[in-house]
Ligand binder design. Sequence first.
Ligand code: AN0
Ligand code: CP
Length: 317
Amino acid sequence: MRHFTSVTQLGDLKDAFAAARYVKENPFADQALGKNRTLLLVFFNNSLRTRLSTQKAGLNLGMNVIVLDVNQGAWKLETERGVIMDGDKSEHLLEAIPVMGSYCDIIGVRSFARFENKADDYNEVILNQFIKYSGKPVFSMEAATRHPLQTFADMITIEEYKTKARPKVVMTWAPHPKALPQAVPNSFAEGLNMTDYEFVIANPEGYDLAPEFVGDAKVTHDQDEALRGADFVYAKNWSVADDAHYGEVLNRDRSWTVTTEKMALTNDAFFMHCLPVRRNMIVSDDVIESPRSLVIPEAANRVVSAQTVLKEILKSL
Ligand code: AN0
Ligand code: CP
């Protein structure tokens, strides 16, 4: 594997889960692979889990790790070609990327959807420039349309906790005050569509995800119907994905919040969320604190997903 931008690049899932299990049980077994290799993590957006878990993954592999927060201390970057740079942006991405590439062996990039132009977001303009101009393997730490390291961690977690071969997994939209990207739900749908699990997406009308991510998943606008018999409930907010209202928030309906009453409809389901989560908007205190909540082991598996992917990239160098 050279670049990693989508869970579909994991290949055979059985092999990917086995590789993850090996990494989890033997976290320091591959330190020779990363020796004298430098990992650069570039953040255009905030992060707690991705920042720490990806650093930890690199350190476990014996790598040197450096982190750049573009908005804290670096020069403000212009991203459009042809702009007369007489404003507040001092440097162009087209110089910054190859410079960053010259300092490292592998680059991780976090660059959320900007909601200025759907085509730019859905064409992954920023991530693809890193791939094109850095000269180094690039992996996504959440780009405009996908968050594959999160999805891989989510899938590892389901693999660990499932008690039947084909669990029912329900991804439900839940309310949030701000416009959030579709990257996490797109990517989760992409990953679940690689499995033979029963996969249902519940969201209000107007919130359907892009068809290329929904795939063959069942989509319903009736959350209660979706939750019946669920073994895993994966909650997430996202903003509108369709062209006419792209990136807007049209619904803050708190009847979609995942509460104890909602969880009572399920097959004693596990609760999952990628975090950060807004309590009593997305999920009630009781549900996230319950013994069926997997949010902490799910976050812990971010080290495993990142380390499994980094190991594959290191092997390709
Ligand atoms: C981001 C999102 O929804 O994409 C990051 C999640 C991992 N969430 C927020 O900005 C709150
Ligand atoms: N789940 C996740 O990616 O969290 P951070 O935004 O804190 O990295």
